[in-house]
Design a protein around this ligand. Sequence first.
Ligand code: PEP
Ligand code: MG
Length: 889
Amino acid sequence: MTKLILNFNSKQSKSIKNPKNFLGGKGANLSEMGRMGLPVPPGFTISTKVCEIFYKDKKKLNNNLISQIKKELKIIEKDVSKKFGDLKNPLLLSVRSGARVSMPGMMDTILNLGLNDKTVNALALKTSNGRFAKDSYRRFIQMYGNVVMGVESYHFEELIENYKLTKGVLLDTDLDENDWNGLIEDFKRIVKEKTKKEFPQDVFQQLFGAISAVFLSWESNRAKVYRKLNKIPAEWGTAVNVQSMVFGNMGDDCATGVVFTRNPSDGSNEIYGEYLINAQGEDVVAGTRTPQYITKKARKNAKVEEPSMEESLPKVFNELKKILKKLEKHYKDMQDVEFTVENNKLWMLQTRSGKRTAKSAVKIAVDMVKEKLISKKEAVLRIDPNSLDTLLHPTLDENSTINVIANGLPASPGAASGKVVFTSEEAERLTSMMQDAILVRVETSPEDIQGMHAAKGILTARGGMTSHAAVVARGMGRPCVSGSSEIDISYEMKTFKTSSMEIKEGDVITIDGSTGRIIAGRVSTVKPEISGDFSKLMSWADSFRKLKVRTNSETPKDTKTAKDFGAEGIGLCRTEHMFFDEERIFSVREMILSKTKEDRALALEKLLPHQRKDFIDIFKIMSGLPVTVRLLDPPLHEFLPRTNKEINEVANIVNLPVKEVESRIEELHEQNPMLGHRGCRLGISFPEIYEMQCRAIFEALAELKKNNIKSAFPEIMIPLVSTEAEIRIMKDLVIRTANQVQKENKLKIKFIVGTMIELPRAAIKAKEIAKHAEFFSFGTNDLTQTTFGISRDDSGKFLNDYLDHKIFSVDPFVSIDDGVSDLVQLAVERGRNQNKKIKLGICGEHGGDPNSILFCAKVGLNYVSCSPYRVPIARLAAAQSQLNIRNKI
Ligand code: PEP
Ligand code: MG
């Protein structure tokens, strides 16, 4: 039978398959360090299985467990030649939590357990250090009183602070044995007063109370919140580590510290950490004393006088350095280590993989390949693709003061500060005056594109992760916080309110699109640095992936950015975005307001040269690579003016009475525009619009050909198809226009025609549609919207409720839902069944999401397409998907 409580030296722990699952991260690593022959204070781990039993037994430790714990305790006593509760040489214990993954500060720890009114005197005698013994006892009462008995810490701290005031000293270290003696009595009195119970003197009662408290802390509110945020299942439970105490607070040849084997913020290969002479573990993290540097170099860089560990404890420092090397070699990863020095003897208390910044993660992975510690595959698998976001955008300087006033969705990463404006015009005006603006809108519409471009960042009160604001901002690389229901915007008053504050137009705020934070005032940012290591890692990733990575882009600037990030073509060029340019919007409006086909043709003629020029620029940048151009998709009313001022302006330009413009706007109004007159339905009703767009594409290609300039390979895409007839008619239109342009220019142009699959019917009827399509591009934004019947722009209002009720584990507009992916898979199979060579890709926002990319790789798509700033993330995720498929993960 498997033992549920294991000594660190137990042979059994070596044969456990997933030691971290059973012993928790801390326990597994303590026993591994023990086996490596490193100095680990003797102890044992009460496994996570016991946590489960504890909760089943109504939060009690049963007799069987109690006798096993007592047995293990005997082994420790023998190892260290001390006895628990002894009046001559008492053994003291630390009781610490340890879940499968580290949950820093979330669960409880108790140190110096085993001290009482009598053993404290024995400890004083044995160590000839009365002050140390008393200090340890008061720490124990404080910790136990708080964690196990529920007395708020501030009661104890208040007593110490008041006492120091009366004595006229500043630091705890200024208090002597007698002072602590008095405080111990005060502490016990407070415990009695607050809990109506005496502080326990029975050491076994202390031990079982502490172990139970650690198990109970698994269900504390803070642990629950942390689990939810980090997707840690409640059933994992925590283990408890009971270990013989070693003391860093016995004098000046004692110390305690935390050290990383490499620098966790920039990844450089030098140990980095902090320590304190004559202190216990919690002093380093508590901030009551300023910790000192471990290495001389770090101390000198920081220009401080207090000696580093390298200088004050050189022998122990060298021993620690050797152990850190050994640990890195063993774990093949950067380690975060806790240690204590007791009378010049080094003890290792913990090791785990160290948390690090994305920059540091990339450097460490690349360096470890050079050092032959890990393979290129391991390096590629080690980096969280989403973390690369922080490398590609400016981020907030977390060392500055940050006053968060509200939160929203982290829609487009990066941080930006600027003056609040509520209209696109104002954003443009400020920008033209060289001032930074943050555009704050209830939601954005295509009309706002110029303002979004001009602004440094975008904040919206409504809309989800695929709302207009989010998609466009990501495409532009503008930081964006969307769907913040915590802000209340009044366009009329030109203000927005949060629960704590009112912000007026012109006030400066900062938004953090990587976390969703909205912050009062300006916060300094740190610029991204794309280093050589980054591109090296990317090149390794590229060698492992099969999926191609394209970009969603429609401007030369974004296309260039994406190409620089490694995009292998454009998977979606949304041509409507090209219509919003100031010069063109009037021609677009003229075209929409035209009553006759002839008038419309005249307006379209004005648009043609602009579109042609756009395509020439983009085709040149993506030379030799595929570019999917999608014909007009959104309903026409989106292009029409809204305010009275705009309506008057348009009426003037198109020479129509204001009333007529208004009635046309009324006519075009739709109750449900997302399900209305949009996509290829526009092409069916107004073929001349699509003809103009095709002509612009083919004329651009003809011009490049005539000038012997290598162009991109065009793929013409028809949006929102749901029937075979739609794609057949639209394909005819494209081919007819191509033939005309070819004939006029006396040359041949190569191209293909395909469709988006973004409606459930299209997925189901993929076989028929594939008769006329040379490619499918999955528009999973609309496909998610229409499969669920949930509006992509309004889901933000209730998404949190759905996440809270575990109806969704993740926003389906961010990571592909398995019902939607079933439809994609069905369409892939049916499409390939009709046409073996059909090209398959995805251009919905999911194309940049690592989990969805794994699905795309599994289902055998040819490429994913995502916004420019997500291209590196997709490259890495595609490589990891391929490696994981091979490893059958
Ligand atoms: C989609 O629907 O997934 C898509 C890419 O098109 P759009 O977001 O422009 O509707
Ligand atoms: Mg769509």
